[in-house]
Design a protein around this ligand. Structure first.
Ligand code: GLN
Length: 195
C-alpha cells in the first residue's frame, strides 16, 4: 500500500486547481493530467466539474477517451464531480454526448433549472466519517434519476442520490472542492490506497 497515492485531476477544462488543492489537503500527491503519459503516471483520477460536453469532446480530441476507459476497466479508481459524473453516467437523459459511460446510473443535466443556478444544502453523510453534516454546493447540477443494483448511495437528498459508489468508481452531483470539508476527497484517497 502506498502511503501518499498519486491522484490526477483531468485538466482539460473545469475547476482543476480547487481539486488539486483539496486532494493535497486530503493527503494525496495531486497532479494535473492532460496527456496519455500523465494518465499512465497516476494511481487514481478526478474528473472535475465544468462543461461535460466540452470535456467529453476534448477527451476524444486528445485521444484520451479509449485509454481512460481501459484504465477504468483495469480498476483505476475514478471520482467524477458534476460534469465529471455526467461523463461517467451510462445514460444521460436526452443526450448522446461523448462520455465514458462507465457507471450504471442515469443523470439529468441541469436538473434544477435556470432559475436555481447554484445553491447549498447540508446533508448527512455517515459513511464519510464524522457526525456533522456535509455542506453540498450545487452549481448547474445534474440529478441522478436512476441507479443500477451495484451502485451504493453514500449521500442523498429527497429528490435522489447525490454521492454514489460502484466498486472503484465514485460520483457526486455537488462540489466538495468548493468547501473546507475534505471528507469526500479523503474518502477517495482511501479508495485509491486500498486499490
Ligand atoms: N451543467 C454542467 C454540464 O452539464 C455541469 C455543471 C458543473 O459541472 N458544475 O456539464
Amino acid at each position: 500500500m502506498v502511503t501518499q497515492p498519486r491522484i490526477g485531476v483531468l485538466a482539460l477544462q473545469g475547476d482543476v486547481p480547487e481539486h488539486l488543492h483539496a486532494l493535497g489537503e486530503a493527503g494525496a500527491q495531486a497532479v494535473a493530467v492532460k496527456t496519455l503519459a500523465g494518465l499512465a503516471a497516476v494511481d487514481g483520477l478526478v474528473i472535475p466539474g465544468g462543461e461535460s460536453t466540452t470535456i467529453g469532446m476534448l477527451l476524444e480530441r486528445y485521444g484520451l477517451m479509449a485509454p481512460l476507459r481501459e484504465r477504468i476497466a483495469a480498476g483505476m479508481p475514478l471520482y467524477g464531480t458534476c460534469a465529471g459524473l455526467i461523463l461517467m453516467a451510462r445514460e444521460v437523459e436526452g443526450s448522446e454526448q461523448p462520455r465514458l459511460g462507465c457507471m450504471d446510473i442515469t443523470v439529468r443535466r441541469n436538473a434544477y433549472g435556470r432559475q436555481v443556478d447554484s445553491f447549498e444544502v447540508d446533508v448527512p453523510a455517515p459513511e464519510l466519517g464524522g457526525t456533522n453534516p456535509l455542506r453540498a454546493v450545487f452549481i448547474r447540477a445534474p440529478q441522478i434519476t436512476a441507479i443500477g443494483p451495484e451502485v451504493r448511495i453514500l449521500a442523498e437528498m429527497p429528490n435522489g442520490p447525490i454521492l454514489v459508489r460502484q466498486g472503484s468508481l465514485l460520483g457526486g452531483t455537488f462540489h466538495p472542492e468548493m468547501t473546507e470539508d475534505r471528507r469526500v476527497h479523503a474518502y477517495f484517497r482511501r479508495m485509491v490506497q486500498e486499490q
